[in-house]
Design a protein around this ligand. Sequence first.
Ligand SMILES: Cc1cc2nc3c(=O)[nH]c(=O)nc-3n(C[C@H](O)[C@H](O)[C@H](O)COP(=O)(O)OP(=O)(O)OC[C@H]3O[C@@H](n4cnc5c(N)ncnc54)[C@H](O)[C@@H]3O)c2cc1C
Length: 421
Amino acid sequence: MTQMQPTVVIGGGLAGLTAARALRRAGVGVRVLEAAGEVGGRVRSRVLDGFTLDRGFQVLFTAYPAVGRELDLARLDLVTLPPGAVIMSPGGRERVGDPVRDPKSLPTTLRARTFSLKDKLLVGKLAAELSGVPAAHLLLGDDEPTGDFLRRFGFSERAIGRFFAPFFGGIFLKRDLSTSARLFRYYFRMLLSGRTTLPRGGMGRVTQGLAEGLDVTLGARVEALSAREDGVTVRLADGTLEASRVIVATDPPEVARLTGVSAPSALTGVGSTYLYFAATRPLDDERRLLLNAEPGVINNAIWVSNVNPLLAPEGQHLLVVTVLGVPEDDAALETAVRAELGAWYGMAAAALRLLAVERIPFAQFAQPPGFAAHLLPHRTPLPNVVIASEATSMSSIQGAMESGEQAAACLLGRGGRARGA
Ligand SMILES: Cc1cc2nc3c(=O)[nH]c(=O)nc-3n(C[C@H](O)[C@H](O)[C@H](O)COP(=O)(O)OP(=O)(O)OC[C@H]3O[C@@H](n4cnc5c(N)ncnc54)[C@H](O)[C@@H]3O)c2cc1C
């Protein structure tokens, strides 16, 4: 009987879609149940007033191993962000690039006073040290907060505060550099060895592409699971569904609710907020990420339409501002953000039109040193139920996709990690 029932994947984010595709490749009948009205989870885009707004600002590193294995990059029609960033402060701006990959950035990078000569040499030394190590090895070994690692490596407080804190704050969604140095080294390596990209149609194209050809039911929120040795009953608001096996690929708190396997409190959620501004003329022709050198409300911002004009309607431009945390009051937030944009752009900032504010209370989970010891297992105590979630790996596109691959392998009897393994 159970042979005829499909394998059900709960959650149509990166982890669930990757797992479903891997099962389908292996000839397994699979059905995806997604609570929302569209697939994608944390990787989605929507259209508002003709602007394509990604759900928060995130990028696709082509060097992620799972991205290379699972995505058709040619079909995604990627645009590449120039390496480096612009360090913004009321007193002016400094552009730092990667002179090896972008020789035109050499003069401004050499002039940048955020980095002392020693800092500049240390960047080269770090790059040389990391480029020789296989990426997966960077996630092993000694761990400490990223800030401690940078100080021990010899970087100046100025470089750490004005560059590393906002740049990696934008990646880890925490500016205090308390995130695991293993992850810092891993991301540094991803930045060095691949391209930092955005699909021309928005980040949502990544998950839409993965969902193509899959049997996906939208608006299907799973309320509970009842697992037995011969199958699993999946309870939805409007009835039940029998599955031979289930992969739970939701966000970590929902994984805990459905399977009883909870993430230790060490893996708490980290939230972030995004303000999308429209402009009839760009206040900046910069394509790089803009970093707020001062600890303020804005952590980073980007004129995404300078990188990818298709995200804005003809004659319009799009600025996305990242604020770390989830401040509640829209009006107070807008006022504070406008004040800081005013310090960058003067009176011209007043012409920016706020299109939307997006709060994402659980954007990633916190990854302090030693976080790997708290990751979830793929296998659960429930028969025929396994977990695919970034919480089995790391809070990233790579982590989510890899966990989908491994959960599928686990169901196919080819691996998967048990708790503590
Ligand atoms: C703003 C932001 C910036 C980020 N920046 C980066 C970055 O630059 N680089 C990077 O690598 N990573 C980044 N990340 C992290 C990355 O996007 C996530 O790690 C990844 O998308 C998680 O995928 P997932 O499939 O594990 O979870 P999700 O995307 O959360 O998918 C879970 C899915 O399960 C569904 N679901 C939940 N409960 C149920 C239920 N009961 N029944 C049915 N369906 C359910 C949800 O609706 C959702 O679609 C960022 C994330 C955010 C939000």
